[in-house]
Structures are given as structure tokens and as C-alpha cells.
Design a protein around this ligand. Sequence first.
Ligand SMILES: C[S@@+](CC[C@H](N)C(=O)[O-])C[C@H]1O[C@@H](n2cnc3c(N)ncnc32)[C@H](O)[C@@H]1O
Length: 218
Amino acid sequence: MNIPTTVLAAALLLLAPTLTFAQGVGLQKPALPKDEGEKRILEAIADARKGQRYANVSDADGRLMRQLVEAVNAKRVVELGTSTGESGLYFSLALRKTGGKLYTYDIDPGRVEVAKANFKKAGVEDLIVVTLGDAHETAPKNTEPIDVLFIDAEKPGYDAYLRELLPLVRPGGLILAHNMRQPEPNPRYIEAITTNPDLDTSFVLMEGAGLGVTLKKR
Ligand SMILES: C[S@@+](CC[C@H](N)C(=O)[O-])C[C@H]1O[C@@H](n2cnc3c(N)ncnc32)[C@H](O)[C@@H]1O
């Protein structure tokens, strides 16, 4: 059968996202611990995943976040939305190498208790400062420069978090935002990160929950 090139090209374009996803899934292997510390953290993540989940980051999201934090040599990571600490555990894989700390905020006392227990089990409690309360009030109180800001608390608050904390993100720092595909992202946040000439944003891992990676330009 003779298929016109244009039809073939259109079909390939339509299939491309599925193919990319399938290839990615096929290529990805479980994270390999480099040392005993990493082994303990990865085991704590696996254990945490057996418990109750609260829209925590996926393994693919968490691993990319760790890679970004380690690549920018972040000393100070701020997370809005600790939950039970799974994303915090991924960050800790990077922070024990960069010599940095995670400052993480959540409003739910029950989840914060579980997170603290998970950090202890992983042996990374010294790398993480957990603050209980409304992050709109608590997080801006610390005015030190932020290397990586991770927004993963209530979705309607994303644009307010950006307004409150963007001035503290250092030039060359990153703003990561979870759930850029699902649940429905906050349109004011999307507008804010895609129309500001001081920022450059990519949307990645969009076959899952979706992650926004925004560079605050130097
Ligand atoms: C999707 S979960 C965070 C998941 C976590 N980052 C992870 O991947 O393991 C969202 C969290 O935001 C918290 N949250 C909601 N509104 C908040 C607020 N105003 N201040 C602080 N935390 C808030 C919730 O209690 C919930 O634990």
C-alpha cells in the first residue's frame, strides 16, 4: 500500500507523545544507591510508598527534582507542601551531597508527624527543617536567598506563593511546581511563569502529574 508522506508524517506527530512515553518507561531503571546513606533513603521512600499516599510526587518527578537540586548545588531548598515527606526524601538525596538543607512547610499536623518519622527512618532529619502552619504566613518569614523553591501545596495558592517568594529566589535559582497537568493547574500561576521576561519555563514529565521547571534568569 502506498501511504502519502503527509499522512505518515501526521500519524507520527500524533503518536509521538505516546512513543516518547513508552520509550521512557522502557528505558528507566530503578535508582541505584551509590552508598549506604542513599540506600537507606531509597528504602525509606519505598516504605513510605506502601503507606497512605497524598498526591505525593511520582518516582520520575522525585528523581528529576533530586537531579536538579544537586546540579545547581542548592544549599537552601524551600518546599511548600511537605505532606508525608516523599518529595523531601528525594531532595535529601541531593542535599547530603551539596551540604544544603530543606525548609519544608505544611498545614496538616498528622502528615507532618508522618513526614518527620520518615525523615528519621531515612537518617536525614538533620538536613530538614519542618514548619507546621499556613505556608503563606510561615515561609516568607525566613528571608534568606532560596536556591530551589518547590511549590506543591494547595493549587489555588500557587500564584500567591510565587508572589510571596520569587523575590527571595536567587538569580540562577529554580522554581519547581508540581501538578502542571493534573489536577488542573492554576491558570494565574501558568500566566505568571510564562509571561515574565525574568523567567524561563519548561513543562516536563507531562505524561504524569506534570512538573514546571522555571529558571530565574541572572
Ligand atoms: C500534594 S501534597 C504535597 C506532597 C509532597 N510534596 C510530596 O510529594 O510528598 C500537598 C500538601 O499541601 C498541604 N497544604 C495545603 N494548604 C497548605 C497551606 N496553606 N500551607 C501549608 N501547607 C498546605 C497539605 O496539607 C498537603 O500535605
